[in-house]
Design a protein around this ligand. Structure first.
Ligand code: PLP
Length: 407
């Protein structure tokens, strides 16, 4: 499987990976926060600005039409990448966070009333907690939280017990940005659908690591960010089944999202434009499509298999380090390892690793309730992308051992 990827050639597509920091080769292991960008993505941005920049949709002139076609072709690329049924189901947003806020307002205000319940989980990113809390405070709903097992998996028995007539939505991460756990989202969706409850999947940590097929999952909503999948910052996607998006009210009002406006009344545009007020990021969409085409050229199964090799290699080697504690030990994991060593503060170790050229993340990873559940303030987190190598893992291990000796 994994021989199919030529990592050396892939690394050459990412100019930043050959830079040094503090006179050492950069070892970038902060991919869960954001990924680096391949040349084709940066070139796509340059191409739009140099050759076809014009505001889209309303222009009769040549450039505007070219830019419109490029933007809508990008939407079709996204549709195919996650195997949606129709481009009408693909709404461009600023990212995962905006997509969840859109739903918390549009779905939440329409379908949730006092006493209703929304189910999320202990391992959610703040982006999948705070918008629901804001809705709770506006509408008097309740948040129900799925607890975790010792392996850092969702407690599925507890989940089933939380489902009730009052449940209006289940919203969970596909992959945890801290524990790396790949959640059984298909099963979650099946269980919720058996009670006619729609499900929102936060795919921010999944789409760049494994094949995602929204039809096969039968997800009602699936959201993700471009910058975590080798695409540009500032663009993301809300996938929604057409039957839902059709009946949900718009989120933001303004240009682009209207059919007709008078001072008395406005009628709204068809899908997906109803949810895209204002000038869209027609540069970001094209660059995101370039990232998706780039990933597709390797095959997401191959990327998943190679990253799994990296995960197993790193996990085995880290477990041999005295005093190592890894948070999240599910057998179904994506390439994220959160850890602490002895009582070394993650910030101290992160700073010293940085001086060795190794970029890892430290802190609560925007998952403070999860940190509370684990009874810690934060962790170090190494997160791998398909451009990382086994040599970089060895350098991480050597770096951790070196830091331990200093304490
Ligand atoms: N959900 C998860 C699981 C994440 O890991 C992140 C970012 O780390 C987000 C949501 C928020 O993504 P963004 O900041 O791109 O909107």
């Amino acid at each position: 499987m994994t021989e199919k990827l030529d990592i050396k050639t892939i690394r050459n597509d990412f100019p930043i990976l050959s830079r040094t920091v503090y006179d050492r080769p950069l070892i970038y292991l902060d991919n869960a926060a954001t990924t680096q960008k391949p040349r084709c993505v940066v070139e796509a941005i340059e191409h739009v600005y140099y050759h076809q920049n014009a505001n889209i949709h309303r222009g009769v002139h040549y450039l505007s039409q070219r830019a419109t076609v490029a933007h809508e072709t990008a939407r079709a690329t996204v549709r195919d990448f996650i195997h949606a049924t129709s481009s009408n189901e693909i709404v461009f947003t600023r990212g995962t966070t905006e997509a969840i806020n859109l739903l918390a307002t549009s779905y939440g205000e329409t379908f949730c009333n006092e006493g209703d319940e929304i189910i999320i989980s202990t391992m959610e990113h703040h982006a999948n907690i705070v918008p629901w809390q804001m809705l709770r405070d506006r509408k008097g709903i309740k948040l129900k939280i799925i607890p975790l097992t010792d392996l850092g998996e969702l407690d599925m028995t507890a989940f089933e017990a939380l489902l009730s007539e009052k449940t209006k939505l289940v919203s969970v991460a596909h992959v945890s940005n801290v524990l790396g756990t790949i959640n059984p989202v298909k099963e979650i969706i099946e269980k919720a659908h058996a009670r006619n409850i729609p499900v929102l999947i936060d795919g921010a940590q999944a789409v760049s690591h494994m094949p995602v097929d929204v039809q096969q999952l039968d997800a009602d909503f699936y959201v993700f960010s471009g910058h975590k999948m080798y695409g540009p910052n500032g663009i993301g996607v809300l996938y929604g089944k057409e039957k839902w998006l059709d009946i949900l009210p718009p989120y933001h009002g303004g240009g682009e999202m209207i059919a007709h406006v008078t001072f008395e009344k406005t009628t709204f545009a068809d899908l997906p434009f109803k949810f895209e007020a204002g000038t869209p990021d027609y540069v970001g969409s094209v660059a995101l499509a370039a990232a998706m085409n780039y990933l597709s050229s390797f095959g997401m199964e191959n990327i998943a298999a190679y990253e799994n090799d990296l995960l197993l290699d790193a996990t085995q080697k880290m477990m041999k380090i005295d005093g190592m504690h890894i948070y999240g030990t599910s057998p179904r994991k994506s390439s994220v390892i959160s850890f602490l060593v002895n009582d070394i503060h993650p910030f101290d170790m992160g700073t010293l690793l940085d001086r060795l050229g190794i970029a890892v993340r430290t802190g609560h990873h925007c998952a403070m309730p999860l940190m509370s559940a684990l009874d810690i303030d934060g962790t170090l987190r190494a997160s791998f992308a398909f451009y990382n190598t086994h040599e970089e893992i060895d350098a991480l291990i050597a770096g951790i051992e070196r830091v331990i000796k200093m304490f």
